[in-house]
Design a protein around this ligand. Sequence first.
Ligand SMILES: [Zn+2]
Length: 328
Amino acid sequence: MMIKLKKMRRCSCDELIKAIDAYVTKADDDIERALRRSGFANPKATRKQITELEEELTRILEEDTAFVVNIVNDYDDLRTIYNEAWPEIRDREHLTQRLSRRFEQTFSEIIPDYVDTYIKRTDPELSSLGLTHATTAWIQDWSYELGELMRLTDNRQLENILDEGLRDGLSVQEVSEKISDSGIRDPGYRARRAATTEILRAHNVAQQESFMQSPAVESKMWRHSGWREYSRQNHIDMDGQIVKKDEPFTLVGADGAVYYPMYPMDSMLPAGETINCGCIEQPIVSEDVLGLSLEERQRLQEEAIAELDEDFDRQLDEQNKRLRARSS
Ligand SMILES: [Zn+2]
């Protein structure tokens, strides 16, 4: 009997591992196929980048959970944790820093490659000439903001667990178990969602950058890709909207507010309009410009970048002056 049971258990374990393996591989294949069908560049590499970022984020979040649990376990009662340890837990700058650094590194690695692929779709003979100052600044700012957003989300969850613990009279041990229970903080799910959203956002940022660099691109069209099951009616309604490449689209949000994003998943949009959004842009090119000599197109590309950088630097300068004036 014992032997039989053992055998059965081992057998079903193997089956389960195979099933999980098949499920994960199939899910990944679906992502790759869906990305290709929707018109995203480098679908195979993109899938790999999503998985890598997901793994890194999971690791950071899990290590952070261990850090918090360690602090909590140093105390004997919840009230003292709230009064003495909570400020230290809440302010974990190292979490923001680690997450921000991870995002910044990923964006800095992948966006230049994407720009090159997308610019070639608008003009096969052009290459990316690096990133404009605006995009470089976006990478820094948004990476920091993402780190902060994830820490604040985390804090809300932790605070809820502490509140519940106090309300229900739980012991420190019980609260610490709740915190380390991945079912509550679910680093895997959060990490996958964040990784997918941010890698696809990077595609859209790169696409916009490529349009701005490519002299042949005059306008852009919003394309709803119907990617996965997360279709939003208001994004389906956007399908086919055309604007000049340096002008924003008009998006009526699910909340009824009107937004002016430069591209799908623009970080100025609320999370509700960007998480798992698979929309992308399509360039509208001028055959006249494509008919110019390669030297002429390259010269126009360099000019466009110089002009964009000049505008951005001037605006940044004015902004800094205003800030200085306000603080003095
Ligand atoms: Zn969308």
